[in-house]
Design a protein around this ligand. Structure first.
Ligand SMILES: *Cc1c(COP(=O)(O)O)cnc(C)c1O
Length: 348
């Protein structure tokens, strides 16, 4: 029996999934006349593998998991949406999120008429574990945690995540979009916790935001339901080829991550010494959240210099804060020069 049969929505439990031509015939043949494709070879005329087995084998080897534990999506947003559609009954079930956090969990829930329970982070942007656990009930099917968290940049406490995972009857999803910069991952806990789900993306450290590739890693009993409802050929051939190429250049990616971390440290030291700044939040990601004394003035000044950062100052938990991504050394220098120039006008 599947471990999550009682968690999945009744319609998903009962439905007969779509079976594509490539699902029904998996062997090798002389001629393929089963999928109404064009027979003229151009490298892209055949449908891709609906389960992306070859790429998953490479990814599994890289991340130290089995291919059967991986689901690939069109960005991370697709797995987030699949989780909600597979497990949350509209107008009945809930997801739990920990604001301030990534906006897509709530948007996806709203799209699916699934309501959102908030368990806010504390003033250091850490989990309030007991208060969160009190908000769990049988209708809270999914708990979304983001570590390192966007927009705050900090890692969430490992013990707290495990406590929550053990306390809920639902799934705990840890979004590790920025984990490459932190060197920490919850992946090692998957074998002991079948209700733990890890999300990864190729959009940040891997430098492939344009190919739209996200990854969900979980127990095969979770994947069983997601694979049942996903679009048959959800990952295209070009995306798969591109991801496979980058996996063969992991050395380059690792160097880039190292350089971003060094640049971030340089930026943080600068910001900590700036009279414009109220507080620099500790970051394990490729961005920093900074509270400024006069956030509107700084934001407008940077814009006037052609420098765009993310204004998070309207989020109740991030009053006065800008989120600044770490760029190339020359780009970071431009940011710092613009801030120095503003400092000089302030001290006149
Ligand atoms: C950027 C980001 C993602 C990645 O989204 P994609 O759809 O994979 O590009 C996922 N989660 C968080 C928290 C992010 O900040």
């Amino acid at each position: 029996m599947n471990l999550f049969e009682s968690l999945v929505r009744p319609n998903v439990l009962k439905m007969k999934p779509y079976s594509s031509a490539r699902d029904e015939f998996k062997g090798t043949a002389k001629v393929f006349l089963d999928a109404n494709e064009s027979p003229f070879p151009n490298g892209l005329n055949r449908y891709p593998d609906p389960l992306q087995r070859s790429l998953k084998a490479e990814l599994g080897a890289y991340f130290g998991v089995y291919g059967e534990q991986i689901l690939l999506g069109n960005g991370s947003d697709e797995p987030i949406d699949l989780l909600i559609r597979a497990f949350c009954e509209p107008n009945r079930d809930h997801i739990l999120i920990t604001p301030p956090t990534y906006g897509m969990y709530e948007v996806c829930a709203n799209t699916n008429s699934v309501s959102v329970i908030n368990a806010p982070l504390d003033l250091d942007y850490q989990l309030q574990t007991e208060a969160l656990i009190e908000r769990l009930n049988d209708c809270v099917k999914l708990v979304f945690l983001c570590s390192p968290n966007n927009p705050t940049g900090n890692l969430l406490d490992e013990k707290s995540i495990l406590q929550i995972t053990d306390a809920t009857k639902g799934l705990v999803i840890v979004d590790e979009a920025y984990a490459d910069f932190s060197g920490f991952s919850m992946l090692k806990h998957l074998p002991s916790r079948p209700n733990l789900v890890v999300l990864k993306t190729f959009s940040k450290a891997w430098g492939l935001a344009a190919i739209r590739l996200g990854m969900l890693i979980a127990h095969p009993d979770v994947l069983f339901w997601l694979n049942r409802i996903k679009a048959p050929y959800n990952i295209n051939r070009m995306t798969m080829d591109c991801a496979s190429q980058i996996l063969n250049q992991k050395g380059t990616v690792a160097q880039q991550v190292q350089q971003i971390v060094e640049e971030k440290n340089r930026l943080v030291s600068f910001l900590e010494s700036s009279v414009l700044v109220n507080h620099v939040f500790p970051s394990q990601a490729n961005f920093v959240l900074v509270r400024f004394k006069d956030v509107q003035k700084v934001f407008q000044h940077l814009l006037s210099e052609g420098i765009v950062v993310r204004n998070r100052s309207n989020l109740p938990e991030c009053l006065g804060c800008l989120r600044i991504s770490v760029g190339l050394p020359a780009e970071n220098n431009m940011l710092m020069q613009a801030l120095r120039a503003l400092e000089r006008t302030q001290s006149l």
